[in-house]
Ligand binder design. Sequence first.
Ligand code: ZN
Length: 263
Amino acid sequence: MNPSPLIDHAPLRVTIWNEFVHEKQNPEVQKLYPRGIHGALAERLAGPGLALRTATLEEPEHGLSAEVLRQTDVLLWWGHAAHEQVSDEVVRRVQERVWEGMGLLALHSAHRSKIFRALSGTSGKLHWREAAERERLWTIDPAHPIARGLPETFVLPVEEMYGEPFMIAGDAHVVFLSWFEGGEVFRSGFTFQRGHGRVFYFRPGHEAYPTYENPHVLQVLRNAIHWAAPILSAPYPKTHRPESLEPIEEKAGTYGKAGIVTP
Ligand code: ZN
């Protein structure tokens, strides 16, 4: 048996995917994100140890060809208005890569994206209100790697409200909790694993507010990229194992391949 090969390359290869719709249709969003949310994140998350690239819905294969995904350790996903325009084939491809070990960060309204719902196994439904209200985030698992360097609590002066109940997977591990000016609470940052891949959902990031300028929000994303990085350098190539590790004693009767005794 070969030991599992551990990932040994640096820098981490990060692809930031954005549907890039609001920025082209809404002048206020365009002012906030002249190069798109993906462009802003690529600029603001840039730093040692990370090789960032971007991809958008309008590119061939949404910029997520098999080759790009093979070269991606962690994928960030921002989508809202065009979830249904994402091709099922690309969604399946991303899902396969997560199962193989690629990390996925689902941002803000990605809770209703095809890929988040496929991986979570839930609808991702929630309550929402767009009223420029104050959001207070609480770091409720300060020992988690994604919470490294974050304060116990921090405030975003204006955000969209997302409220509970939030239809998420039962195995979600909550790292951040939000309280909103209007009274609602929300599980704003949580992790789960599917196959070998780690998934992190992070709520803040409404397109009409300057959330991705907030240093705490950027710190969460930076931490999450490192946390979600693959542990293994390659997927397990073989599933059929004809040679046994221990001798297998002969049984009476004739067994077919499915283990069924034939008379
Ligand atoms: Zn939003």
